[in-house]
Write a protein that binds this ligand. Sequence first.
Ligand SMILES: Nc1nc2c(c(=O)[nH]1)N[C@@H](CN(C=O)c1ccc(C(=O)N[C@@H](CCC(=O)O)C(=O)O)cc1)CN2
Length: 297
Amino acid sequence: MTAKIIDGKAFAANVRGRVADHVARLKEVNGLTPGLAVVLVGADPASEVYVRNKGKQTVAAGMNSYKHRLPAETTQTELLGLIDRLNADPDVHGILVQLPLPTHLDEALVINAIAPQKDVDGFHISNAGKLATGQKAMVPCTPLGCLMMLRDTLGSLAGKNAVVVGRSNIVGKPMAQLLLRDSCTVTIAHSRTQDLATVCRNADILVVAVGRPELITGDHIKQGAVVIDVGMNRLTRDDGKTKLVGDVEFARASERAGAITPVPGGVGPMTIACLLANTLTATCRAHGLPEPGDLTP
Ligand SMILES: Nc1nc2c(c(=O)[nH]1)N[C@@H](CN(C=O)c1ccc(C(=O)N[C@@H](CCC(=O)O)C(=O)O)cc1)CN2
């Protein structure tokens, strides 16, 4: 079998288009423009690119983009002060602090200072708790993107065996919660899991988010499984050029999988598309308006 390639770039463009349509209606009917504030501390080159793309795509969807670039030596108090001001600003419906933060800043403290209803990353402890207990929450963008692609590929996920490799708060745990909500039988595997290949071979749905280049080989894949590769590992080749590879050995896995996401061009583009969707959702919730049902889980 040669797997169907799940085109995350095209999927993300479709999501952004739907967000833009909702935003246009929101402006016309309700006189409202969603606003997203993105905070970048320091000058990590990859983060600079992501933040620039977030700004561009926010504006392209018809939303207001507010960028806050702070020097690497910004203190915790200064950063929390900015978050307080953004929490209180009625024009700001979504707040995102780009990660990773410089090491002198306490990531958990900073994230939990964001008003939960404006936490479009879905990382606040209150949103994590709500997701885990089946309440309406802001859902982390990357798992939300994976869920959208899985539903589009498979239709109903009910009864499927899903294995999530990775237990991070940002991807693994929320991904498992979303799959559970869609009535999958969910296993979370991680670095201490015994006989990972056997566990993975039980998966109709395999989501891998461990940050280990090509950890998952063809041998880990059940025939016909849907494989979602969240890994983004930048490797330097012998000639000094860099190459982005996922956590899944793509060529071998494609021989057995029914469908698979590539890296790049799979999950990555969905992260920003879902950020826009979450900003729209946060705006609707803030104003007591119906949510965009096609863009929420
Ligand atoms: N506050 C947050 N920080 C970070 C998040 C996040 O969701 N919230 N995720 C990542 C970075 N990220 C967005 O912020 C992100 C990463 C990758 C992509 C993407 O489109 N990747 C492309 C490849 C790009 C390349 O060549 O480098 C792809 O996979 O095709 C978008 C967003 C960490 N920080």
